[in-house]
Design a protein around this ligand. Structure first.
Ligand SMILES: [Zn+2]
Ligand SMILES: [Zn+2]
Ligand SMILES: [Zn+2]
Ligand SMILES: [Zn+2]
Length: 322
């Protein structure tokens, strides 16, 4: 079995099971432990479609107004509404935990604050402007390099000529360096504003930065030379490494929220259910439903739940544990 070489920052556990998504969760404690770039690339980029674009257009004047007046309360409301729609339309762009309503609410709180820092932090705004300038320079260099034909006008024609679809290395690298600088400033602004701490998974700032940089790299990868692609992946610390291991012993658990079968490795105490996004307490024994008799695991922190199979309330029996 091929698994990603990942050591959890929270509990030190090594990854034991293949990750179904780019968001790599610890098999022992359920923390967000790593990011799988290859998995993110093969999943592709889901587009939210015209309904989302229409909403974004419709909200743009109010958003610009709120930015102008530094009205964070209004900005927060607008971003929350916009991204809630985005999550609804392309949930696959997010952590599988986004299916949990509690996780989703916390993620929206984090993400809207992240955008407010991007919009209102003067250092980030300054670097965003510089980034746009670098991108303009890259386009200009490309325009000259491809014999004076603007690729954006004749995209279909030029795309059939392999050389012309590549941006020159030096100018691309300048764009990347400026993006990294802008993103570092963004992360540091988020840190100062207490936004990083709102991320709904246990994660490190380094990991959150790597996930953000990954989106940039994915977007540009098909527009740069093969040598630059490799250089970029290494610099962004997105090189994936895996190892072959024999399948670990598994304990069958059933999710107390959705009823799905969940595999827990030996020694695990908290695992993510990839069907409903909840984190399950697998340290304690499953509880037996008084209605249908089916066993299932409680969501982390819960003492009772509504049986996912028959709808009867089931509680952990106290006393047996002391
Ligand atoms: Zn862990
Ligand atoms: Zn081109
Ligand atoms: Zn579930
Ligand atoms: Zn039941």
């Amino acid at each position: 079995m091929r698994v990603r070489i990942t050591k959890c920052h929270a509990c030190g556990g090594m990854k034991q099971l293949p990750s179904p998504t780019a968001y790599v969760y610890c098999d022992f404690c359920g923390a967000l432990a790593d990011w799988d770039f290859a998995c993110a690339c093969s999943a592709g980029n889901a587009l939210p479609g015209p309904a989302y674009e229409a909403l974004a257009r419709q909200m743009a004047p109010a958003m610009n107004q709120a930015k102008l007046y530094r009205d964070t309360a209004s900005l927060k409301g607008l971003y929350t509404q916009l991204f809630a729609r985005h999550i609804e339309l392309c949930p696959s762009s997010y952590s599988p935990r986004i299916r949990s309503p509690d996780y989703r609410a916390r993620y929206l709180d984090y993400y809207s604050d992240m955008m407010i820092v991007r919009d209102l932090d003067p250092r980030v705004a300054e670097l965003s402007q510089l980034l746009n300038l670098r991108i303009a320079e890259l386009r200009h260099a490309h325009f000259l390099g491809s014999g004076g034909m603007a690729f954006s006008f004749f995209g279909m024609v030029i795309a059939s000529q392999p050389m012309s679809t590549q941006f020159p290395d030096a100018q691309f690298w300048a764009v990347y360096q400026t993006f990294r600088e802008q993103y570092r400033a963004h992360m540091s602004g988020m840190w100062q504003a207490g936004v990083i701490a709102k991320y709904p998974d246990p994660a490190t700032p380094e990991l959150l930065e790597r996930i953000g940089v990954s989106a940039f790299v994915q977007g540009w990868l098909s527009w740069i030379s093969p040598a630059m692609q490799q250089h970029l992946i290494d610099d962004a610390k997105l090189r994936d490494s895996y190892m072959e291991i024999s399948p670990p012993a598994l304990l069958l658990r059933r999710c107390g929220r959705c009823g799905t079968r969940v595999d827990a490795v030996t020694g695990a105490w908290c695992v993510v259910c990839f069907s409903c996004g909840e984190k399950l307490d697998v340290k304690q024994a499953e509880i037996t439903c008084p209605g249908c008799g089916a066993p299932s695991s409680l969501v982390e922190g819960a003492q009772s739940h509504v049986c996912p199979y028959c709808g009867v309330r089931a509680e952990r029996v106290r006393g047996a544990l002391g």
